[in-house]
Design a protein. Sequence first.
Length: 187
Amino acid sequence: MPSQLEGKRVAFLMTDGVEQVEFTEPWSALRQAGAEVTLVSPTEGTVLGLHHLDKADTFDVDLGVTGADASDFDAIVLPGGVVNADHLRMDAASVAFVRSFFEQHKPVAAICHAPWILAEAGVIRGRSLTSYPSLKTDLVNAGADWSDEAVVVDQGLVTSRRPDDLPAFIDKVIEEIAEGEHAGQTV
């Protein structure tokens, strides 16, 4: 459905060390569904992707996170990658940007290690989600109801474990963005 997300604006928040496939596949799928996608980053210029721990491609940053406003977007996608996720959760502007999507009840999608920033933002207490298995303890300690499933959807929050889950993740991300704001998507 090429027009399923027509008129929807989606931010992709990432920095150097992003797991490339967790960015490129959702980016491509959302564009094909009609969404306008924007690469937001605390990094200026370009972002370096990784394939596991091997350097991959670079991607042009469209907008610095300090100049980004959740009000300008309908949803946010958080690709994973250990390095990417660890840097983003330590960046105050990135954490605030993510938190603002919850405050505005907008869809949020996070895969692999990306849910680390959700814990940092204080938005997962009482929420059902999944992640890369090594994050389980961190997320449970932050109050999440963690489960080992390919994709978990909770009131506009979409999470997945790893690149193998991308087909299910992408389907649910498109579905949640198409539905729009969710009253239960809040801090």
